[in-house]
Design a protein around this ligand. Sequence first.
Ligand SMILES: C[S@@+](CC[C@H](N)C(=O)[O-])C[C@H]1O[C@@H](n2cnc3c(N)ncnc32)[C@H](O)[C@@H]1O
Length: 374
Amino acid sequence: MVDNSFIENRIHPKIRLNSICPYFTMFPITFPYSVLLNAKKTDVVFDPFCGRGTTNFASRLLGLKSYGVDSNPVAQAVAQAKLVNVKREEVNKLCSDILFNFEPKHVPSSEFWEWAYHAETLINICKLRDFFLEKDQLNDVEIALRAIVLGTLHGPIMKTQASYLSNQMPRTFSTKPNYSVNYWKANQLIPNYVNLLQLVEKKTVYFFNDDLPETTDGEIILGDSRWVGNVFEDKFDWIVTSPPYFGMSTYKQDQWLRNWFLGDKDDVDYSSKQQLVHWSEKSFVISLSQVWSNAANKCNPSAKLVIRFGALPSKSKKTPQELIEESLSLSNCNWQIENIQSAGKPISSNRQANQFKNAAGSYVEEIDVFAHLN
Ligand SMILES: C[S@@+](CC[C@H](N)C(=O)[O-])C[C@H]1O[C@@H](n2cnc3c(N)ncnc32)[C@H](O)[C@@H]1O
């Protein structure tokens, strides 16, 4: 009997890599892992809303090939890191080579940037940013280093050793420039110098440790799952995913600093291209049905679909179950629902349900939907 108890322990060396960078509304690794325990070794897994790649990392833990798509560049960059095969010395060396030999082409300057980072720390961040932006394609070591920087770009100031590069900020989302500056000024928070190389060295020991399981094949694609074409080498046997809730369309803006590191402009971009449509429940259901239909075309016969989903009571008139049932039926692809069950009480502060607990003023229960292709 294989002992799977490690999956409950977020800091177990085998699964630490999954938390290399927080991501708004990620689901717990236990969910895709427990679903995929039922997969055959040759099965191929797909997540059309892969976020930080939790499903892909669960697939890796189980030796399964997996693919992911997400329309947010931060999600793609973080999810890609879940599939890399690197030695920590290689990542440290790359970081040191860039910091000592590379000059940044652009260093942003505004009140926000002056308060967000110590001037020298910002120059070092920009060296790495420009190095990555010059590349058409990144290798595994580069993907790993980029994800570490994304994960440390902002977060709380620690009393002892620095764990994040920024002035005080949440780690899960980037606060808007005006709000941040006012907060730092009001609290007299001056950004400290952070030694980026030392921080990377500390993180590589933690994330790329010797217990990390062998990588598995797969690919993470930046795109819109409603339309993404036949770019995959394989047909899928499992889709394990969690779509955004209806009304939840600010993934890019909430990650604007990390998106800046990936090449966006020096301020928040409020456009929401390549997202599901959130104007009305009807348009949302239609765009979700397009994802199920597009995915069905890439599946093997009798493929399984497992969806975790919820709702914001302030935005939705319909229940999560009604929205999913309608979207599956509209997809016209014979997705047959086998079972729908409560996902239980949210336990992690990062789950979609909890993000809105306070704003919505009430507890949002998520559901797990189990279906297969008929
Ligand atoms: C609930 S999150 C998924 C979180 C993921 N399960 C995890 O653990 O990180 C939903 C994701 O869907 C992505 N998304 C929204 N519309 C999309 C679309 N049309 N195509 C692909 N991804 C989309 C968002 O960027 C977001 O990352």
